[in-house]
Design a protein. Sequence first.
Length: 117
Amino acid sequence: MLSLALPGRVFLYTPFADMRRSFDGLAAIVRDQMGADPLSGHLFVFRNRRGDRLKLLYWDEDGLAVWAKRLEEGVFQFPAAAATGVEITATDLALILGGIDLHSAQRRKRYQRPPSA
């Protein structure tokens, strides 16, 4: 059984990505268009134009790893964003992978630690 340990930070690439790209092509998008380091250990998520395919790129201790998913029916719904790269939580990613639209999901009030000065 394959298990993916999610890092602390997850970034969505909001424009559509060419799903023919693999390790080097996706790393180039992260570096050139998102302004991030593909070797940082963060998880980068890409979606195709139709929205039925996702690719995740991340650094796995000794090399880049790509995880892909294709839906037989339906689409992955990304949140609307003005920026090229948007940070989301691992919980939000799980909801996207599970087919939940983040726009319609209601969040309950939770405690948040105030920022330290």
